[in-house]
Write a protein that binds this ligand. Structure first.
Ligand code: ATP
Ligand code: MG
Length: 405
């Protein structure tokens, strides 16, 4: 029996990895240009870290296990909580705000489907030290900048404010509030009705709100929210107000936002974030906000818009063929020179020249370097496979040849 892949996980081919790294590099570059610095935390944490604030939804869908010493552990379902844990134990003394970013795999025990996996990747940022409207504006402008630079066109930024929802539900305890928020997040409005909530009319007025910035003033008087929208208008970032955005995690506490790709089906949310409060976990107030792109879905959206064609083929490829294994040492020497400039492989299967040529054409190799008897005089034959021309050169001239390509 062939052992197969674990359900909900994926293998990535060289072609897929090329696209993946291309997207990742653009994201990394923009995050860094905004002053964010990369962190990495362990793949697993104590379960306790996630129990209090992440919400039942996440815990129910987490990979939880015991190690050989009976420690209760969890594979990280998201990276905001570990980032804050790290901040508290090791980064607190740094100048604030801290701007951190991460690109990590996360694990959730969910029913796999297109755009929903059990191992997936998040590329996210956290601002620690403030949750001012300026900070949230920076986050949304940054996320928008990433999508612009990746060339994605059909997306929508939706902004809400969990404070408005929590305010209406303030007479209920936190657990029940979160249950209601979860239903709102999943857009299961019918189920909401069955609870006969005290302020039901007001709640529905909020979640059904369809207006713009000017209409917002009629239902709430939240200066931070209006400030944020003003900043986004000034920066020409397009958005929609959607007060039914409740997010799946219990730690969100203020302005929240999601970005949807219009080209994806049910799993269309490619980014989520907002203002959160995780400080209670550690016994003091921490002002913070952040967001995470779901890299897997972002790539799916880019593919749908044909943005990932011909990625990563720009570097020229060389293949060195040896007519006899006694030239292998020379091949290594020559490869060392070529690799200062371009990609270079050496033929190592003792192929006949015909087979080596077939391989080269198949692999889209640009130049074949042939080592035959002339190598005794330090002369090599270079075949330009794309233009179908060839010439002999002395090894001493190889570097000049490469420089002029
Ligand atoms: P959803 O409602 O689609 O489950 P979520 O609200 O659980 O998303 P977050 O916890 O905010 O998502 O995670 C941030 C991003 O990570 C999401 O916007 C999404 O792009 C991605 N994401 C979340 N869960 C998965 C998953 N199981 N597979 C792939 N990507 C995911
Ligand atoms: Mg989810």
């Amino acid at each position: 029996m062939i052992i197969s892949r674990v359900k909900g996980t994926r293998d990535f081919s060289p072609e897929e990895m090329r696209k993946w790294r291309y997207v990742e590099n653009i994201i990394r570059k923009i995050f860094e240009r905004y002053g964010y610095e990369e962190i990495l935390t362990p793949t697993f944490e104590y379960l306790e870290l996630f129990l209090k604030k992440s919400g039942d939804e996440i815990i129910q869908h987490a990979y939880v296990f015991e190690d050989k010493s009976g420690r209760k552990l969890i594979l990280r379902p998201e990276e905001t909580t570990p980032a804050i844990r790290f901040y508290v134990s090791g980064l607190r003394n740094r100048p604030h705000p801290l701007r951190l970013y991460y690109i990590v795999n996360c694990f959730r025990y969910e029913e796999p489907q297109a755009g929903r996996y059990r191992e997936f990747w998040q590329a996210g940022v956290e601002i620690i030290g403030t949750n001012s409207p300026e900070a949230v504006a920076e986050l949304i402008i940054l996320a928008n900048n990433v999508l612009e630079d990746l060339g994605l066109k059909n997306y929508e930024i939706r902004i809400g404010n969990i404070k408005l929802l929590k305010n209406i539900l303030k007479e209920y305890d936190e657990k029940f509030q979160n249950k209601i928020l979860r239903l709102i997040d999943k857009k299961e409005f019918d189920k909401l009705k069955s609870f006969k909530l005290k302020n039901e009319d007001e709640l529905f007025r909020i979640i059904n709100f369809k207006g713009d910035k000017n209409d917002l003033i009629n239902i709430c008087n939240d200066e931070d929210f209006i400030n944020l929208l003003d900043y986004l208008d000034d920066a020409s970032v397009k958005y929609k107000i959607d007060l039914s955005i409740a997010r799946g995690l219990d730690y969100y506490s203020g302005i929240v936002f999601e970005i949807h790709s219009k080209k994806l089906g049910a799993q269309k949310q490619i980014c989520g974030g907002g203002v959160y409060s995780l400080g209670e976990l550690f016994g003091f107030d921490i002002k913070a906000c952040g967001f995470a792109f779901g890299l897997d879905r972002l790539l799916l959206a880019l593919e749908k818009e044909n943005r990932l064609k011909n990625i990563g083929n720009e570097d020229k490829r060389f293949l060195i063929f040896i007519f006899d294994k006694k030239y292998f040492r020379k091949a290594i020497e020559i490869a060392k020179i070529v690799r200062r400039y371009f990609r270079c492989e050496i033929e190592i299967m003792r192929k006949k020249i015909k087979r080596a040529l077939e391989y080269a054409i198949n692999k889209n190799i640009d130049f074949l370097i042939i080592l035959g008897e002339e190598i005794e005089r330090d002369v090599i034959l270079i075949k330009d496979l794309k233009r179908n021309i060839q010439k002999e050169i002395h090894i001493n001239n190889l570097e000049d040849f490469l420089k002029n390509l």
